[in-house]
Design a protein around this ligand. Structure first.
Ligand code: ADP
Ligand code: ASP
Ligand code: MG
Length: 439
């Protein structure tokens, strides 16, 4: 069995939903399908929640009504028969009445998570109904009964594994199994989610849990490109990459993949294939355990980084200094991405500044603290092991005109990271592309 995940744009219009249904049944074998909400829906649900936080029910209602109209128009075009049109319309009517009911209750983050879950609940019901109308034996398995996070808000893999395998075993004989991406329950049984873009993570967790033959992530581009196509000109698809390379790129900003989705696939050894719904025969990108020596694969950028530098003359030869510094970040559950040390100081980067003020207060006990906000990590991924002589020099050479704040190299054998100011992001990415991938 394969896991096929379709993202927001892949299910964004009636035509796309019909096309996706064809792709799902094309092989004639039963696969597990993970769907996102229709593109734009989760953003709209966030907007509705923002109005409700601000105690503006009229504002929320206006957006709910507009969204409802869009979905009802969609239903008109999606189905061929009145039977399925009416069935789906009734289901959506209940969904939108449910959304409107939140304008009358006290609004907290619990209600927000329930609202955010409705996008995937609606899209999966719509596609399942369409497939049934087409005569496909399709079944919708609720992700809320299968995917759970633990007390640290991390996926509870053993639970997921047991639940999905039971669900498949207890429902034999279907042509297609459909479930929602992104949504889950937390350790307390409340509706929750795997953070924005989390449908990729759902697909990889489920693919690892059923030890799938392959996890396919279907999106709106022909695979992982060698640089961010939204920013850099003339990017090209990378045909193959190692799990570690893809994991680094996803974590350091390649939006095509959720930051942590590769880990479960890597541990289970299940290959991940990135494919294009708009061009289904394009080869896309395969992510597996093969490592191609001597090549630089791609560049990615992670925004909203804060750099914290602690300088202390007392650090000179002082063992335990770094431990003290890291313990402060740990006590505020703030993870560190880049680290650079010298004899008199250490610079680290964080992407979550929630506790920055408290962290700085504590760090000041150990030395002078400087903070740079609005920084960007630029990450170059590929064969950057010590045997591959010269590649880090080429990357550094590309940046000869860019003020670089930190460089991190040697932490793994497939990554070199540069920290630059936000205003230098575009030209840094372009310069790296021009130098590393020139033909
Ligand atoms: P989906 O809704 O299918 O999950 P996303 O919008 O989350 O799709 O991810 C696909 C988008 O990721 C592409 O349209 C592209 O603009 C963006 N992207 C950013 N970096 C890369 C990259 N290195 N390779 C391919 N796409 C990328
Ligand atoms: N619908 C969710 C989002 O927009 C999850 C996803 O698309 O992966 O973030
Ligand atoms: Mg996505």
């Amino acid at each position: 069995m394969k896991v096929l995940k379709f993202g927001g744009t892949s299910v964004g219009t009636p035509q796309r939903m019909q096309e996706v249904s064809r792709l799902i049944t094309k092989d004639g074998v039963a696969n597990l399908v993970v769907l996102s909400a229709m593109s734009g829906t989760t953003n709209t649900l966030v907007e509705i929640s923002d109005y409700l936080y601000k105690k503006n029910p009229e504002g929320a209602n206006t957006i709910i009504n507009r969204l409802e109209q869009k979905y009802m128009d969609h239903v008109e075009k999606l189905y061929n028969s009145d039977e399925w049109r009416n069935k789906t319309r009734n289901f959506l009517q209940e969904e939108f009445d449910y959304l409107r009911s939140f304008t009358k209750v006290h609004f907290t983050s619990f209600e927000e998570k329930v609202i955010l879950a409705q996008g995937e609940i609606m899209s999966t019901n719509m596609v399942t109904n369409y497939m049934k109308e087409c005569g496909v034996k399709a079944i919708l398995l609720s992700a809320l009964d299968i995917v759970r996070t633990d007390k640290n808000a991390e996926p509870d893999f053993n639970y997921i594994k047991e639940r999905i395998n039971d669900a498949l075993k207890n429902n034999p004989g279907y042509d297609t199994y459909i479930t929602q991406g992104f949504i889950c329950r937390n350790a307390y049984g409340e509706v929750d989610n795997l953070l924005r873009g989390g449908s990729d993570y759902s697909a990889c967790l489920l693919g690892a849990a059923i030890q799938a033959e392959e996890i396919q992530i279907w999106t709106d581009i022909d695979g992982m490109h060698n640089n961010d196509p939204r920013i850099v000109e003339n990017t090209e698809p990378v045909r193959q990459m190692h799990f570690e390379e893809a994991a680094e790129l996803a974590y350091f900003g390649a939006k095509i993949l959720h930051p942590t989705c590769i880990q479960p696939a890597k541990f289970a050894g299940v290959p991940v294939r990135l494919l294009n719904t708009m061009d289904p025969t394009a080869p896309g990108t395969i992510i597996n355990n093969d490592f191609q020596h001597g090549t630089i694969k791609a560049v990615a950028a992670k925004d909203n980084i804060t750099c914290v530098q602690i300088q202390s003359s007392r650090m000179l030869l002082a063992y335990g200094f770094l431990r003290k510094v890291f313990e402060i970040f740990e006590s505020y559950k703030t993870s560190i991405d880049m680290v650079c040390t010298s004899e008199v100081g250490v610079s680290v980067t964080i992407d979550n500044p929630t506790h920055l003020a408290s962290i700085i207060d504590e760090l000041k006990k150990y030395g002078t603290v400087n903070v740079d906000k609005d920084m960007v990590i630029i990450c170059v991924v590929g064969d950057l092991g010590p045997e591959n002589v010269g590649f880090e020099t080429i990357a550094c050479e590309a940046l000869r005109d860019v003020p670089v704040r930190m460089i991190s190299f040697g932490g793994s054998s497939h990554n070199i990271s540069f920290l630059v100011k936000k205003e230098h992001k575009k030209r840094t990415l372009q310069a790296l592309s021009n130098t590393l991938f020139k033909k």
